[in-house]
Design a protein around this ligand. Sequence first.
Ligand SMILES: Nc1ncnc2c1ncn2[C@@H]1O[C@H](COP(=O)(O)OP(=O)(O)OP(=O)(O)O)[C@@H](O)[C@H]1O
Ligand SMILES: [Mg+2]
Length: 159
Amino acid sequence: MLEVKNMVKTFFKGTINEKTALQGIELRLEEGDFCTVIGGNGAGKSTLLNSIAGVFPVDEGSITINDIDVTKMPEYKRAKYIGRVFQDPMVGTAGNMQIEENLILAMRRGKNLGLKWAFKDSEQAFFKERLALLGLGLEDRLSARMAYYLVVNANLLHY
Ligand SMILES: Nc1ncnc2c1ncn2[C@@H]1O[C@H](COP(=O)(O)OP(=O)(O)OP(=O)(O)O)[C@@H](O)[C@H]1O
Ligand SMILES: [Mg+2]
C-alpha cells in the first residue's frame, strides 16, 4: 500500500521563481489499484511521481510504502520498494543491453545481487509467455538490443 499524506513541494523557495507544485496532496493506493492522474501542463503530475520516487526531497508530509516510511529515504534505497516506468523508454533502461537483460535487471530490483549468470531458462520462458499474451509476436524479439528495437519501432511508426 502506498500512502501519501499532506505532501507539499515548493521549488526555488524564497526566490522570485518560487513555485509551489504540490500543496497538501493526499493519496492512498492499495495493491493492485489502477490510478490515472490527470492535469494540465504544469499541474504537478511529474512532481508527484518524482516526489514518490525520491528524485528530490519534499518540504512537508509523509510517504509510506507498505508501512515503511520512505519520506527521507534516498532514491537509490527507495528503489527497493517502488519502481517506475518512464514515458520515454530510453530513460530508465540500458540501451546497449538486450530487452530480456533489461527485464531481468528490473526483476532483480531490490533483491540481493551476486556475481552469477543472469539468465535462467525459467525467466526467459516467463517473459516469452507474458509477452505472447499480447498477441503481437513480441516474444520473438526479446534478444534484440533495447535501443535497436526502439529505433526499428520508431522507423515503423514513421513509414
Ligand atoms: N525540477 C524543477 N525545478 C523547478 N521547477 C519545477 C521542477 N519540476 C517542475 N517544476 C515546476 O513545477 C510545476 C509542476 O510541474 P510538473 O512538471 O510537475 O507538471 P506536469 O503536470 O508534469 O506537467 P506536464 O503535463 O507538462 O508534464 C511547474 O510550474 C514546473 O515549472
Ligand atoms: Mg510531466
